[in-house]
Design a binder for this molecule. Structure first.
Ligand code: ATP
Length: 335
């Protein structure tokens, strides 16, 4: 049985002149001991999706329909107290900004101990301190840092403290939103290794959100590619990277400079997401796709399994290998 199963999830934000359809009919499963990467450019709905799972949406955001099934319960319908029990204990959420998520006036020790006692009030102070030191040690930070305040740590250390915090209660699932963004390459590698360790040594599944295809492919077992609030492609991460079926995934891969010796082969995509208040008719990617056909303008395509285990929402999925050949010779800009 899947650890988490999301079915036809719709999440919207109310804004003064309408609604933003940030997550629009998303379905996927997370299996135990699996790292699932969620890939997409800024504004495609990745954070909204992860916040919906732990019910941490801002006040103007709401789950309009769909199911988020975890351990036999639909998280989308749980009340506040029931959600609090699941959050941290079973599903830990590591938000995007480490500085904004740590309390600047409390030491790391106070924050780690408080997280434990809020969920396990019977834990003794000694046990809390031992566990706090243990999780810091696991992410490569000396337990002597327990007495530090967040501003006394580097950005990379703060991010690792948050990841350590997510381990405190031994959850089944960790959701990490852009855990490596803005960090130097050594810290990034350390964090990606740690995420693999969570899966391999503790059997924890991880939903890792990123706009960086290289980070996700290095670490993830499965990958979900989002564009304009929808999943456009999902499947084994390495297969999607090497043999992308959806043109958007092809474009993301093709825009990685490190993969191309010849700059002529680089794909330059105009990085501007569609307006999710009035998304395009038809496929969400229609205005950017160089391979667009008449039917792409009418309806968003359903998923087809163009290769084993890969589901792609593209009318031209069966032509993917021919399109990949042409990908560097066509224009990816929509202006
Ligand atoms: N509180 C909000 N009110 C209105 N619209 C919002 C709100 N939060 C996000 N949005 C909109 O919802 C859409 C999805 O945003 P979301 O933050 O989920 O995307 P993302 O892929 O995580 O991007 P980023 O990495 O930049 O956060 C965007 O159009 C965004 O402008």
């Amino acid at each position: 049985m899947s650890l988490l199963s999301i079915t036809d999830l719709h999440v919207q934000y109310d804004v003064p002149d309408g609604v933003v359809r940030a997550v629009d009919g998303v379905s996927f499963d997370i299996e135990p001991e699996t790292i699932v990467g969620v890939l997409g450019e800024s504004g495609c709905g990745k954070s909204t999706l992860s916040k919906s799972i732990v019910r941490a949406l801002p006040d103007n955001g709401a789950i309009r329909s769909g199911e988020i099934r975890f351990d036999g319960r639909d998280l989308s319908t749980l009340n506040g107290e029931a959600v609090r029990q699941v959050r941290w204990d079973r599903i830990a959420y590591v938000p995007q900004s480490a500085m904004g998520s740590l309390d600047p006036v409390c030491t790391i020790e106070e924050q780690l101990v408080e997280t434990i006692t809020a969920h396990r009030p019977d834990t003794s102070r000694r046990e809390c301190l031992d566990r706090a030191g243990e999780v810091l040690d696991l992410v490569g930070i000396s337990p002597s840092r327990l007495s530090s305040y967040p501003h006394e740590l580097s950005g990379g250390m703060r991010q690792r403290v948050l990841l350590a915090m997510s381990l405190l209660l031994e959850p089944d699932l960790i959701i990490a939103d852009e855990p490596t963004t803005g960090l130097d390459v050594l810290i990034r590698d350390k964090i990606l290794n740690d995420i693999e360790m969570y899966r391999d040594e503790f059997g924890i599944s991880v939903l890792m959100v990123s706009h960086d295809i290289a980070d996700l492919v290095e670490t993830s077992d499965e990958m979900i590619v989002m564009y304009g609030g929808k999943i456009v492609e999902q499947g084994p991460a390495k297969t999607l990277f090497d043999e992308a079926v959806h043109p958007y995934t092809m474009g993301l891969r093709g825009s990685l400079p490190e993969l191309h010796d010849d700059p002529e082969d680089l794909i330059e995509m105009k990085m501007e997401p569609p307006d999710l208040q009035s998304p395009p008719e038809g496929c969400r990617f229609v205005n950017k796709c160089p391979f667009v056909t008449e039917e792409c303008t009418v309806d968003h395509p359903g998923f087809v399994e163009a290769k084993p285990g890969v589901e792609s929402a593209c009318y031209r999925a069966t032509e993917a290998s021919a399109l990949r050949e042409k990908a560097t010779t066509v224009s990816w800009k929509d202006d």
